[in-house]
Design a protein around this ligand. Structure first.
Ligand code: MN3
Length: 258
């Protein structure tokens, strides 16, 4: 509940920020939208929790597939959003259909799934994580992005890491060191900014056993090869360098302040 409320406050707060932020945030927000939850609730009621179809959907991008050129290429964006992300959504919905009734009840929002993550089958972890992570990722990029974070986030980055350059160095380092497929993150953990990474489609909101990264996401970078292979082939470092030219600091700031 606390998470949901925070998320709703985040919607309200971001609505009064710049146009770019509204678009980015509403995109991300559509993933966790109450609308979606209500539809699912109705379906659950109608079918008495029997075999209802999952109701998650692919969020529309707030920019064109070629809008992040030359930093992230059009072909990668088309396939990454239209095929990879769509597949996570499709498979998430399919996996929800196979759940026991007691788990269906907890699958109405991604946040609720992540809170009970260890109770769900692996397909929900992979595809629910994939849906959330990509939705966040699209929302924290924009055409003509980059530059310097302003406001409280900019201050917190300087205080925590010494400088923006040092932050970028540490975040890039975490992105490079994630072996195989996964994500690099900037999260708020116990009120502090922390850099880390997760494997596969795991994320810092998932309540899982073990000492994985936990916290509220502020930035996310997809370091799966499908995110950069067409343009950069094996050169993950070049892709990470490109990310700094499209990062949407206003959207990150809104997440930080929420
Ligand atoms: Mn991806």
């Amino acid at each position: 509940m606390e998470n949901n409320n925070t998320r709703r406050n985040f919607i309200k707060q971001t609505a009064i920020l710049s146009t770019g932020t509204i678009i980015g945030s509403s995109l991300f927000n559509s993933v966790l939208a109450a609308e979606n939850t209500l539809k699912v609730e109705n379906q659950v009621m109608e079918s008495e929790s029997e075999n209802f179809q999952g109701n998650y959907s692919l969020p529309k991008l707030s920019y064109a597939y070629d809008a992040l050129e030359p930093h992230i290429d059009k072909a990668t964006m088309e396939i990454h959003h239209g095929k990879h992300h769509q597949a996570y959504v499709t498979n998430l919905n399919k996996s929800i259909e196979t759940l026991d009734n007691n788990l269906v009840e907890h699958s109405k929002s991604l946040e609720s799934i992540f809170e009970k993550m260890s109770k769900f089958p692996e397909a929900i972890r992979n595809n629910g994580g994939g849906h959330y992570n990509h939705s966040l990722f699209w929302s924290i990029m924009k055409p003509n992005g980059g530059g310097t974070p302003k406001g409280k986030l900019g201050d917190a980055i300087t205080t925590t890491f010494g400088s923006l350059d040092e932050f970028k160095k540490q975040f890039s380092d975490a992105s490079m060191k994630r072996f195989g497929s996964g994500w690099a993150w900037l999260v708020v953990q116990d009120g502090k900014l922390v850099i880390g990474s997760t494997a596969n489609q795991d994320n810092p909101l998932m309540r899982l056993r073990g000492k994985g990264l936990k916290g509220k996401p502020v930035l996310a970078l997809d370091v799966w090869e499908h995110a950069y292979y067409l343009k950069n082939q094996n050169r993950r470092a070049d892709y990470i360098a490109s990310f700094w030219n499209v990062v949407n600091w206003e959207a990150a700031e809104a997440l930080f302040n929420s």
